[in-house]
Design a protein around this ligand. Structure first.
Ligand code: EPU
Length: 428
């Protein structure tokens, strides 16, 4: 429940990156000793993947809110077919991790936030080139078998894909010989996963460029590893600062503000002042009226698709016509109808959203997926009146302590329970 209209100010600290955590935790499956993972975000996606590992036999202990000890040695199955696996997109990283460890993997097909078709053909192409036969069982379970031969390969991705790059990296770490991934994704969490695997003794070079070379090793030793901060969470708070015409510091420890460059430069183009420090950026949207901009989402280092809904919410508050081009997902505008209920003037034509800035008023709205939920939060912080957002479990999948963080910036926001209402975030 949010009462809008307050410019936010103060300081907010960004948590560990969701999309790094959900790759690194399955990555522990490959390790031959226990690991400690620090700076884990306090989100439901992490609990789900940790429980999946537990169900497979791993010993998973929560040391504190942000630290997990994982001993993967007791895992004695290459199957992950429970319903919980289906609920979470990132559980498909178990395909690469289990294939790397057991040369076999049987994993339920992932669901995922509905942005249209979410194929995994590039993942499967990579596994096949590494020697795995694959079969789809009952349209629901992927069965990979590389027991006859499992080896490195040269893999060119037809499309830049975060998930395929991560899955092949995981599979290749212990495969015999060298794997070369061409046209790899370059997101900060890909570099983070490579750093984690290398710290255990893997041999990965080139992560963060479009060619990654992995030479297989036999043994990975246990490590303590701290996950990088969440670039998208940072971008969300930066967009909220701008939308409420506030001024505050977004603290992003252990990440170079370089990772936020595409977001910072868009906000600067709109008229915000952005000061970058080693571990923080200060966003000041109070100096001049903000102006309209156009945005095109692209793989890193382009403008991230995972900040697109938040920026559309911001642009509804800015005078003039802005055009957003979503070039990564073919259908990531389902949330627009919710913003329109709040008075936003947005029309969607294919991959384009045309936004006429104006005035938002409170309405009951639904989070239709994680980042859509973040857009609703931003719209609610700006709108006149009190906005109720339902389905907030989608937001809690990916944003740590979001209510207390916004409260600490001065927002009038609280979490309210309606026990009779179903809250149905079932996919990631
Ligand atoms: N694609 C294919 N074939 C494949 C894989 C992908 O055609 O085999 C296409 C997709 O259809 C899409 C594009 O390639 O058009 C990019 O997909 P990608 O594989 O990069 O996405 P993903 O790995 O499924 C991750 C994040 C998403 C984020 C995208 C793009 C995780 C768990 N998910 O998804 O994050 O939008 O990369 O950056 O890391 C979110 O955090 O809200 C979220 C949805």
């Amino acid at each position: 429940m949010i009462t809008g209209g307050k410019p936010l100010c103060g300081e907010v600290t960004v948590s560990g990156a969701k999309n790094a955590a959900v790759a690194i935790i399955p990555g522990v499956v490959l390790c031959d000793e226990p690991c400690r993972i620090e700076n884990i975000p306090n989100i439901s996606d992490v609990s789900v993947i940790a429980n999946i590992l537990r169900d497979m036999g791993a010993m998973v202990r929560r040391v504190d809110k942000n630290t997990l000890d994982i001993d993967p040695r007791p895992i004695n199955t290459f199957e992950a077919t429970e319903d919980s696996v289906r609920k979470m997109r990132a559980s498909y990283y178990l395909l690469g991790a289990l294939l790397g460890r057991f040369h076999q993997a049987k994993v339920a097909l992932p669901g995922g936030c509905n942005f249209g078709v979410r194929p995994i053909d590039q993942h499967l192409k990579g596994f096949q080139l590494m020697g795995a036969k694959n079969e789809l069982i009952n349209g629901a379970i992927i069965d990979l078998d590389a027991t006859e031969s499992f080896h490195g390969a040269r893999i060119y991705f037809d499309t830049v894909s975060v998930g395929s790059t991560i899955n092949i990296m995981l599979a290749a770490v212990k495969a015999e010989g060298q794997t070369i991934i061409e046209n790899a994704a370059k997101e900060p969490h890909i570099v983070d996963l490579a750093n984690f695997l290398n710290s255990m003794g893997a041999n990965i070079r080139g992560a963060g460029t479009d060619v990654i070379k992995i030479r297989g090793v036999d043994y990975l030793h246990g490590v303590t590893y701290s996950i990088i901060p969440d670039q998208i969470e940072a971008g969300t708070y930066m967009a909220a600062a701008a939308a409420t015409r506030g001024k505050y510091s977004v603290t992003v420890r252990n990440i170079t503000p370089k990772h936020l460059e595409s977001i910072s430069s868009k906000l600067r183009e709109m008229g915000c002042e952005i000061d970058e420090y080693d571990e923080a950026v200060i966003v000041d949207a109070t100096q001049r009226p903000l102006t309209r901009v156009n945005i095109k989402t692209m793989p890193h280092p382009g403008f991230p698709t995972d900040c697109q809904p938040q920026f559309v919410a911001l642009l509804t508050t800015v005078k003039g016509t802005s055009i957003v081009n979503e070039s990564v997902w073919d259908n990531r505008y389902q949330y627009v109808s919710e913003l329109v209920r709040m008075g936003a003037n947005i029309s969607v034509e294919g991959r384009l959203a045309i936004i006429e800035g104006g005035h938002l008023t409170a309405a009951p709205v639904k989070a239709t997926d994680l980042r859509a939920g973040a857009a609703m939060l931003i719209a609610g912080l700006v709108a006149e009146g009190t906005t109720n957002i339902s389905n907030i479990s989608y937001i809690e999948r990916g944003y740590s302590d979001v209510v207390t963080k916004f409260q600490s910036l001065g927002a009038d926001i609280k979490k309210v329970y309606f026990p009779d209402k179903e809250d149905a975030a079932t996919t990631a």
